[in-house]
Design a protein around this ligand. Structure first.
Ligand code: WT7
Length: 683
């Protein structure tokens, strides 16, 4: 990592319409609250906790932790012994306080005109009935439940029903392949799956049930039996299927889809709506311990095997609710829309838990930003008068490419906060978002965080923070970021290093499911005393934090973290490939993409047809979103004398940069020239 001399950009002050009503109106106010949050976390979070329902208070210390591997096992415990229920706080509490008729979610389908809505009371009814369904199937506190569902209101019902009875949900994004789903079912021995018949994504029809069927078969081959598959009817037509929150008349689009064919395996498979019809709407919440698990969610790991990130009840509840309130400056009449899929952490924290815990009205969108055309996002913003909007840089860059007219023909005057997440946002895209989408009236909020952090850790406060395009700015309450060099020493201004955190905030993950040692090694070993993010960054002279991207073997494609090792292992499973090395390559829309070097087995020859097969293989092993952009033949790979692949050199070759730096440790330098010669022209 080199010193960084970033040009000092202009400061953009918070828009006055946001500042006037904001929870935090000035940097002085932010600094004062921040100081209290890091110096007296117990007092700070203790005050915040008062707004929630606790069946009983903590029995031990409010916060206990060890962040230093040299002092023994790592652990983090907030509010031990307190009893609560996240679902009760997210739903029942608002009904009790008289807000039952407020809209919890508007639902916007893949096709314009296909839409629905659900109030907090209706949501409570659905959640209670479905929680009773889960109980009737034998789901108990602590049982893992897999959810493989599209973006429909029922996916939030699924999460909340699990939370209500203390079951641990593990959502697998419904774009993961059969193999990825299988792996995520086997490790935690999951016996219950909630899915849906299918989903339209743009003009593509996905048969989710068929994917689940194959995964369940593969589990069986490996000795693991899934007992129950509950199927939510979303696309298949059926006379009796009328849900009270959807206007069935209003379905001019592709739904229902008679071309969808699903197989039925009784008694394993059950229709969601049939079970719900027989279930009671009365389901008291199970009071859970503050540190009982709430959910697990797999995220890529640098060794290739995904990690089940585990979050618990009280800390995650406080943190998701508080970051939501402050970073989007939540106001009761907001219409808030986060475009992320519930299958990713953003959809857990900022489609579901954070907004509901605040009693917010949200939008759930099933479709994609470019269908039926590139104006879809802005059409939806106009339709629901969205005031707070949250999306990914990759979507912003894609839509920027279609020109301003798609944006400006819709009324976006309702927008107050427009936020981003998932990857560094380049200043050009930031400015387009600010100038064109927000019309200079809305605050741009670039939120840095991870599946592991539970919620935002570095973020502007929309009514307080003067922003610099491309910087995630300052830490959230309770978070203490430090930039370290390789030796673990804090670096100076403008010097890039490792972003670490020195003390726990309530939303930090508690362990890797079933592998606490991996948790300690991945996040706490490199720099004892700190949580290591795996990201690089620097602080400028004004203290603004600039996140520059991953510094481990992870690639961030369109905001989805992929492990290069996982792609490599998918490639070498091909019978003709003996070795593979995957590196990150810049991409104008996706931010980064993958560039794969493959070495053929003796006797096999490389061909363009093989490249097509390899791409297909990665799609099948991991999922379509992991599809490599570049594949090239590598008769040999640059390696150190000890046999370590020199990825730094491969990254240079991938971008065609002959300036490959120090090669004194390389075993055989001649491979470099050959690799440059074999580079495809398109790369
Ligand atoms: C990684 C975490 C957190 C929700 C979505 C991704 C990158 C995330 C930013 C940002 C620069 C960012 C980091 C991080 N990242 N947000 N605002 N600026 N980089 O969750 O899959 O756990 O990925 O995404 O590299 O480590 P995730």
């Amino acid at each position: 990592m080199a010193d960084n001399h970033h040009p000092s950009p202009v400061l953009i002050p918070p828009p006055s319409q946001v500042q006037n009503e904001a929870h935090v109106k000035s940097m002085d106010q932010y600094r004062e609250m921040y100081k209290k949050s890091v110096e007296d976390p117990v007092g700070f979070w203790g005050d915040i906790a008062k707004a929630f329902h606790w069946e009983s208070g903590p029995t031990g210390k409010f916060l206990e932790y060890n962040f230093d591997v040299r002092n023994g096992p790592i652990f983090i415990k907030w509010m031990q012994g307190a009893k609560t229920n996240v679902c009760y706080n997210a739903v029942d509490r608002h009904v009790k306080s008289g807000n039952g008729s407020k809209i919890a979610f508007y639902w916007e389908g893949n096709d314009p005109g296909d839409c629905g809505k659900v109030t907090f009371s209706e949501l409570q009814d659905k959640v209670c009935r479905f929680a009773n369904v889960l109980k009737s199937l034998g789901v108990q506190k602590g049982d893992r439940v897999a959810i493989y569902m599209p973006m429909i209101i029922d996916i939030t019902v699924a999460l909340l029903a699990c939370a209500r009875i203390g079951a641990v949900h593990s959502i697998v994004f419904a774009g993961f392949s059969v193999d990825s789903l299988t792996e995520r079912l086997i490790e935690p021995k999951i016996r219950f799956i909630l899915t849906s018949d299918g989903v339209w994504r743009g003009s593509k029809l996905l048969n989710l049930k068929a994917i689940v069927d194959s995964a369940v078969d593969k589990c069986k081959e490996q000795g693991h039996v899934v007992d129950h598959v509950v199927v939510c009817r979303h696309l298949l037509p059926e006379e009796e299927y009328v849900v009270n929150d959807r206007d069935v008349e209003e379905r001019p689009g592709q739904r229902p889809s008679p071309q969808l064919k699903i197989e039925w395996h009784a008694p394993r498979d059950k229709w969601w709506h049939e079970l719900v019809a027989a279930a009671s709407p009365d389901c008291p919440p199970v009071w859970l311990d503050a540190e009982d698990p709430l959910f697990m969610l797999y995220t890529s790991g640098s060794t290739g095997k995904p990690k089940g990130v585990l979050h618990t009840q009280a800390g995650y509840m406080l943190y998701s609710a508080t970051t939501f309130k402050y970073d989007f400056d939540f106001q009761p009449d907001d219409v808030y829309w986060c475009t992320a899929d519930v299958g990713w952490i953003t959809g857990h924290t900022y489609v579901t838990y954070g907004p509901l815990l605040n009693g917010a009205t949200g939008v759930i969108f099933e479709g994609v930003p470019t269908y039926p055309d590139a104006g879809r996002f802005w059409a939806i913003i106009e339709k629901y008068r969205v005031s707070k909007f949250y999306t990914a840089p990759t979507a912003i860059r894609t839509l920027m490419g279609f020109g301003d007219d798609f944006v400006t023909k819709y009324d976006r005057s309702s927008l107050k906060v427009i936020a981003t997440v998932g990857e560094p946002i380049n200043p050009e895209a930031w400015l387009w978002y600010y100038n064109v989408v927000g019309n200079k009236q809305a605050a741009v909020v670039d939120t840095f965080w991870q599946t592991e952090t539970g919620g935002h850790v570095i973020t502007p406060f929309p009514g307080a923070t003067p922003t610099k395009p491309g910087s995630a700015t300052f830490p959230f309450f309770g978070v203490v970021p430090i930039i370290l060099n390789e030796e673990g020493k804090e670096v100076g201004v403008d010097v890039e290093g490792y972003i670490v955190f020195s003390q726990p905030w309530p939303g930090v993950m508690r362990t890797v499911y079933g592998d606490h040692q991996r948790f300690e090694t991945t996040y706490f070993k490199k720099f004892p005393g700190y949580y290591t993010t795996g990201d690089g960054g620097y602080k400028d002279k004004d203290g603004y934090i600039w996140v520059t991207g991953r510094i481990d073997d992870m690639v961030n494609v369109s905001g989805h973290l992929l492990s290069t090792a996982e792609i490599e292992s998918a490639l070498v499973e091909h019978p003709t490939v003996t070795e593979a090395a995957v590196v990150s390559h810049p991409h104008s829309i996706k931010g980064e993409c993958t560039y794969c070097f493959v070495t053929m087995k003796n006797g096999s020859t490389y061909s363009p047809e093989l490249a097509v097969e390899l791409i297909k293989q990665v799609r099948e092993k991991i999922g379509p979103f992991a599809q490599p952009d570049f594949i090239q033949e590598a008769p040999g790979l640059p390696k150190t004398r000890s046999g370590k692949i020199m990825r730094r050199v491969l990254r240079k070759i991938a971008i065609g940069d002959r300036n490959i730096g120090d090669v004194t440790t390389m075993a055989d330098e001649s491979v470099v020239d050959i690799l440059f010669k074999l580079r495809p022209d398109t790369a």
